[in-house]
Design a protein around this ligand. Structure first.
Ligand SMILES: [Zn+2]
Length: 172
């Protein structure tokens, strides 16, 4: 039970996508209104990079918890969570794609969603391997931690640039 709770809390981070998307849409709207562009984009990137980084940390914590409880395997729960996550991410990626203005904030979110998608696919594969090929249940938390670390790279780089280089790269 605790194992599937950790798994579900990991998947529940998709709810945290909503405030991130709201902030991104507000920033994109204000940028179109042509307020202080550079300052606004710096603030937007800082806030969104921090929020996105927070979800990576959340995933790592949930995966560590699963790692310590890995002997209890519930492949059915894994499959359900992965498939719901996959559908949820496809929908959110589609919503964001329509609003995409190629800003730094959108690159950060797209990057995160890409790894969410990879994560759902890996979770499905892990469930199949554990169920049908008697694979070790630690495959799933190990894969989750690796994916979450990759996921954290772009927000860390953005924050680093923001703090130490006082500029952000953008694709205008
Ligand atoms: Zn996510």
């Amino acid at each position: 039970m605790t194992h599937s709770l950790a798994l579900i809390s990991d998947a529940l981070h998709v709810i945290f996508h909503l405030p991130v998307i709201v902030v991104a849409i507000v920033v994109a709207y204000l940028l179109r209104k042509n307020y202080n562009q550079h300052k606004l984009e710096s603030w937007g990137t800082g806030i969104i990079a921090t929020m996105i980084l927070g979800t990576s940390v959340w995933i790592i914590v949930a995966a560590c918890y699963r790692f310590s409880n890995a002997y209890i395997v519930q492949t059915a729960t894994m499959l359900v969570v992965a498939i719901i996550g996959l559908i949820g991410n496809f929908v959110q990626l589609k919503i964001l794609k329509d609003k995409d203005n190629h800003s730094t904030t959108h690159s950060l979110i797209n990057w995160h969603f890409l790894f969410d998608l990879i994560s759902s696919v890996v979770l499905i594969m892990a469930a199949v391997i554990i169920q049908f090929f008697h694979g070790s249940p630690i495959i799933d938390p190990i894969a989750s931690i690796i994916i979450a670390i990759c996921m954290a790279l772009l927000p860390i780089q953005s924050l680093w640039n923001l703090i130490f280089k006082k500029e952000i790269t953008h694709h205008h």
